[in-house]
Design a protein around this ligand. Structure first.
Ligand code: DX5
Ligand code: ZN
Length: 217
C-alpha cells in the first residue's frame, strides 16, 4: 500500500456473523484489506472477537487482515494476534503500555504496525511514535459500536496528520461513520484507508458496488 491511493477496509463487525465466510467472500475481491475489531468490554463497552477468529479468517481468505485492538491491555494479546496471521495490527495510544516496545515487536514479525487515536486525542500526541509506525488509525467515532455518525471535528485531525506525511512515511486510516459523503471528506483531508462497516454490510446495495463507490469518492 502507498499514500497515493485510497484503500477500502470492510469491517466485519457489521457483517452477518452467522454467515461470516459468505460475507467475507462477498467483499474479498473488491476490498483491499479486511478490518477486524477486537473489543475487551473494558477499554470499550462491548465484546467481540479473539485471535482464534483471526486464525480461521486467515485460513479462509488470501485477503490481508487488519486487526484493530480496542483493549486496555493489548500487550497481553499482541503475540497471539501475530501468530494468528495478522497483516496490519494496531492498538490505542490511550492504552497504558510500552508503545515503543510493542510497535517494534509487531514490525519484527513482518506485520505493519499502527497506533489508534480516539476522537479526543490530539494529533500531536502521535508525533514521537511516527518513525515506528506504518499507519495511524484515526477514530472518527467513539470506539465500541458500528453504525455511529462520523464526528466532523475529526476531519481537522486527519489534515494535521496528513502534514506529517511530508516528513514521515506512514498511512492514515480512518474508522467510524464512513459513507460516500464522509469518505470523500476524509479522503480530501488526506485519508489513505477507509474502514466501513455498516455502510457496506447493512446496505441494500451490492457490497462490491459500495466498495467501488467508496474508492471513487
Ligand atoms: C468501532 C469500530 C469500527 C466499526 C465501524 O469501534 O472500530 O471499525 O466497525 O463501523 P461503521 O463503519 O458502521 O461506523
Ligand atoms: Zn475498527
Amino acid at each position: 500500500m502507498n499514500n497515493k491511493q485510497i484503500y477500502i477496509a470492510p469491517s466485519i463487525l457489521s457483517a452477518d456473523l452467522l454467515y461470516l465466510g459468505k460475507e467475507i467472500k462477498s467483499v474479498e475481491k473488491a476490498a483491499d484489506i479486511i478490518h477486524v475489531d477486537v473489543m475487551d468490554g473494558h477499554f470499550v463497552p462491548n465484546l467481540t472477537f479473539g485471535p482464534d477468529l483471526v486464525k480461521q479468517v486467515r485460513y479462509f481468505t488470501k485477503q490481508k487482515i487488519d486487526v484493530h485492538l480496542m483493549l486496555s491491555q493489548p500487550d497481553k494479546f499482541i503475540a497471539k494476534f501475530l501468530e494468528a496471521g495478522t497483516d496490519y495490527l494496531s492498538f490505542h495510544l490511550e492504552a497504558h503500555v510500552d508503545h515503543e516496545k510493542w510497535l517494534k515487536k509487531i514490525r519484527e514479525n513482518d506485520c505493519k504496525a499502527g497506533l489508534v487515536l480516539n476522537p479526543d486525542t490530539p494529533a500531536k500526541k502521535i508525533f514521537s511514535y511516527l518513525p515506528l509506525l506504518d499507519y495511524v488509525l484515526v477514530m472518527t467515532v467513539y470506539p465500541g459500536y458500528g453504525g455511529q455518525n462520523y464526528i466532523e471535528a475529526c476531519t481537522k485531525k486527519i489534515s494535521e496528520l496528513h502534514k506529517f506525511q511530508s516528513s514521515h512515511d506512514f498511512l492514515i486510516e480512518v474508522d467510524g461513520g464512513i459513507n460516500f459523503r464522509t469518505g470523500k471528506e476524509a479522503k480530501a483531508a488526506g485519508a489513505n484507508i477507509l474502514v466501513a462497516g455498516s455502510f457496506i454490510f447493512k446496505n441494500e446495495r451490492e457490497y462490491a458496488n459500495t466498495i467501488k463507490g467508496l474508492r471513487d469518492v
